[in-house]
Design a protein around this ligand. Structure first.
Ligand SMILES: Nc1ncnc2c1ncn2[C@@H]1O[C@H](COP(=O)(O)OP(=O)(O)OP(=O)(O)O)[C@@H](O)[C@H]1O
Ligand SMILES: [Mg+2]
Length: 347
């Protein structure tokens, strides 16, 4: 736990990272990701709680091993290399031992990150991506058990980033390092993580494999963090939520309780209007509801269509294959795929 000026910014966070695995700390700006990382690194002290590495207590509120003795590597967004030191000297910065040993290790590391023969260059002679790889080599040099990375790829352009990101993780996996990577981008987390810890307002709201976080989200905001969402508010009666889209199963939820049925745009089905008549209700898709196209945006492989629903004037979003780009004002019928929606109690 960590307070700033009396305000709790990280609370009750419990995280475990495993060798050779990547855990992503994912959450919106200001939720406490960097603060969490700084406490683990030891550059900042927690107000409550303990940090352990390989079964050894590293830090509690009384006892504290200094950052440089924690066997933890750091790679932050502003990974600044020392501009006046050559690449080799940058990599060797945290190393002890004699010159021959150091040179050997520098050579190994530069080869590992694909920069053989760069040892005598200065940082300003390298591209952004090459500098990033030097920073990685420097962070790896003392053989850390844990690598903490705070949005280390955000300064790179997209194309370069994908490559460097994958290479970096490969190097870290090979070295069997436990990686804790901070990001606020869900796509990045899904692509890289073995495990995602979803953070909000200083707390971890859900933890698990990307597939589980995406397909079994803990709450409405967890759905919304990964994609656009549609929400239908309903009241439960007899373990069923009644909505214009039909009834939804609400097992174990009390009568009179409000619930949100949350569905992603890609799980909204649409059908044509046949002179004011839509498709018949089915078990899997429920009852169709009529909406009028308000806006349709072409997005490459698919289009995002926004509907104004006739029954309550709310906006509903659906993605459709891009071969289909309906005109504004077109009436269509919308259905919710039962097996893909989520139902959450409203507090
Ligand atoms: N040194 C500090 N003094 C006071 N408040 C701070 C300090 N550092 C961070 N905070 C506050 O603590 C909260 C969490 O900050 P933190 O940097 O951990 O967020 P973050 O999740 O890393 O966000 P981002 O994605 O924008 O980097 C924020 O509200 C921030 O304003
Ligand atoms: Mg941050």
């Amino acid at each position: 736990m960590r307070r700033y000026e009396g305000r709790v910014v990280v609370d009750d966070v419990s995280l475990e990272v495993q060798p050779g695995q990547v855990t992503c700390l994912l959450g919106p700006s200001g939720c406490g990701k960097s603060t969490t990382l700084r406490m683990i690194a030891g550059v900042e002290m927690q107000d409550e709680g303990e940090i352990w590495v390989d079964g050894n207590l590293v830090c509690d509120t009384v006892f504290r091993i200094p950052p440089e003795r924690r066997n933890i590597g750091l790679m932050f967004q502003d990974f600044a290399l020392f501009p006046h030191l050559r690449v080799g000297e940058n990599v060797a910065f945290g190393l002890s031992g004699d010159k021959a040993e150091k040179d050997k290790r520098i050579g190994e590391l530069l080869e590992r990150v694909g920069l053989e023969g760069y040892a005598a260059k200065f940082p300003h002679e390298l591209s952004g991506g090459e500098q990033q790889r030097v920073a990685l080599a420097r962070a790896l040099a003392p053989r850390p058990r844990i690598m903490l990375m705070d949005e280390p790829f955000s300064g790179l352009d997209n194309r370069l980033r994908d490559g460097i990101r994958d290479e970096t993780l490969e190097v870290l996996r090979e070295a069997d390092t436990a990686v804790l990577l901070v990001t606020h981008e869900p796509e990045e987390a899904m692509r890289m993580a073995d495990n995602i810890a979803l953070m909000r307002h200083g707390r971890i709201v859900q933890q698990g494999a990307p597939y589980n976080i995406f397909n079994a989200p803990a709450d409405r905001d967890a759905v919304a963090f990964f994609s656009d969402v549609n929400v239908v508010r309903a009241e439960v009666s007899g373990a069923l939520a009644q909505t214009p889209f039909g009834q939804f199963l609400a097992p174990g939820i009390a009568d009179g309780q409000s619930v949100d049925i949350v569905v992603r745009p890609q799980h909204v089905k649409i059908d044509f209007d046949r002179n004011g008549v839509g498709p018949s209700p089915t078990i899997s898709d429920g009852t169709a509801v009529r909406g009028v196209v308000e806006r349709a945006r072409f997005m490459g492989s698919e289009s995002l269509v926004e509907f104004r629903m006739e029954h309550d004037q709310s906006i509903f979003k659906a993605t459709v294959p891009a071969v289909f780009l309906p005109k504004q004002g077109t009436p269509l019928w919308l259905m919710i795929r039962r097996d893909k929606c989520f139902l959450f109690e409203v507090e």
